[in-house]
Every structure is written in C-alpha cells, then in structure tokens.
Design a binder for this molecule. Structure first.
Ligand SMILES: O=C(O)CCC(=O)C(=O)O
Length: 246
C-alpha cells in the first residue's frame, strides 16, 4: 500500500514537456535524479502515464462462469477468515483498519489453484494488452467487504517510490463476484457502495474518477501503479478475488 503520491503531481510545464518527449523503453535506472522535477519526470516516464488513455483497463467478461462463481462463493461463505493486511509496515503486512478493512478468506486449495490456473492462462493476453513482460501471478486474495468495509486510494506496485516486494507488481486484477446496485435490493449477493473507483491524481475535476461496475464473473486488469480505491460498502456484502502479475 502506498499513500505517498505527492511526487505524482509535477508542475504543469513539467507534464507538458514530458508529453512532448518520445517514450522509450527506459527503466528507472536510466535516469540520474537531480531535482524534484527530474524525479517527477522519472516516475511519469516509468509509469508510462498518459491522460488520453487513462485509465487503461482491460475487461475480461465471463472470466468465471456462473457455476464456478457459485462454487467459490459457497466455499467463501464457510471459509476461514482473517483481516486483510497492508504492506509497508513489515514483509508479512499489518492490519491497518484506517486504510483497508475487509476479510481475507481461504477457500480450498483446489479452488485457489483453479483460479491461479485461469490467471496463468490469461497472462499472455494481459501482457500483450499492457505491453508488459509478465512471468508469474501472486497467490490470489479472496475478499469479503461487509458494511463499512473499504480500501482507501492506493497503488499496488510499480510506483518507483518504495522498497517493497510489492513494487514487483506490474498488472493488478480484480475478479468481481457480487452485484453492485445503487439502492438496496434483496438478494444473497448484492451490495451498495463498495465501488471500485480509479482516481487520476493529476486531474482536479470529478472526471478524475472512474467507477467500475461489472457483472459477477468479470475480470478487470489495470497497471498496478494506477491509483484506485474501494469505497465503503453501505449495504450487503461485496466479494472479490484480487491478484497481481509480476
Ligand atoms: O477488492 C477489490 O476490488 C480491490 C482491492 C484492492 O484494491 C487491492 O487489493 O489492491
């Protein structure tokens, strides 16, 4: 979890200058850091940020069919649960309920492996979309958000700002398992709030936010450095599976 985003707000002229530059395949080590502006350039170049295509999201509909969703949800309903953690305060992560509040559930190893197999099977097409070299995916996290649960705006990795293992993450994925509705509806798998929202920290208007509402079974992939949040759940329970490609 990274909340240190101030470097992502360079002055306007710096952004304009950067946009005029042709992007190359540079890495963070190709740059000599000399000043704050230079640091901002480096991060922007590294994260390949482009307002015209923001947010760059790949949607895979029906990534999990209905019977698999049902199987996973019924396992999740009885699975062992523990509080989700954030990273930065220790390699194993720490519980910090001011930042992230949800439960991480542990379904059967067969179910976890099945999800990993599916994520691996999609790795090449996801790598192609993001023009990234991906070699593995992380152990998926099966999550439940109850009323009041949330995850504040954050990036998952590849920020160039931190010395954490999570920095290796290049592409993040969220598999939706619940229906989001605008007003409470009866049903076992429905919630209000709990929206996945992408935030463009460099824009100052409401256009700076994109809310994703997806059918259960859909996988959403995005660059791990893209700022996103899960807004507080106001009704029902939200279930999702998250993982990251490195
Ligand atoms: O549960 C979700 O939809 C996303 C969770 C998230 O942002 C994360 O784990 O980084």
């Amino acid at each position: 979890m990274n909340c240190s985003t101030r470097w992502l707000r360079p002055r306007r002229h710096a952004i304009a200058r950067l946009k005029r530059r042709k992007r190359g395949p540079g890495t963070r080590n190709d740059f000599k850091l000399q000043s704050q502006t230079e640091v901002a350039h480096t991060i922007l170049q590294q994260t390949n940020h482009d307002d015209s295509t923001w947010p760059d999201i790949l949607v895979l509909k029906d990534f999990l069919d209905q019977s698999l969703q049902q199987q996973i949800l019924s396992e999740m309903s009885v699975a062992e649960a523990r509080a989700s953690v954030v990273y930065g305060g220790g390699a194993a992560g720490i519980v910090d309920e001011a930042t992230r509040r949800s439960l991480r559930l542990t379904p059967s190893s067969q179910t976890r492996e099945m999800v990993v197999d599916r994520l691996r099977a999609s790795m090449a097409s996801i790598a192609k979309h993001f023009e990234a070299r991906l070699s593995e995916c992380e152990e998926p996290q099966f999550l439940r958000y109850q009323e009041g649960d949330f995850f504040v705006a954050h990036q998952d990795g590849n920020t160039g700002l931190l010395r954490l293992d999570t920095e290796r993450r290049l592409v993040s994925t969220v598999i939706f398992l619940s229906h989001e509705t605008d007003s409470p509806e009866p049903g076992p798998n429905v919630h209000c709030g709990g929206s996945l929202v992408f935030i463009n920290l460099r824009a100052r208007s409401e256009d700076a936010k994109v809310r994703i509402v997806a059918r259960p079974g859909t996988l959403i992939a995005f660059r791990s450095e893209t700022t996103h949040e899960v807004t507080p759940v106001t009704y029902g329970e939200r279930h999702s599976i998250v993982s990251w490609y490195c």
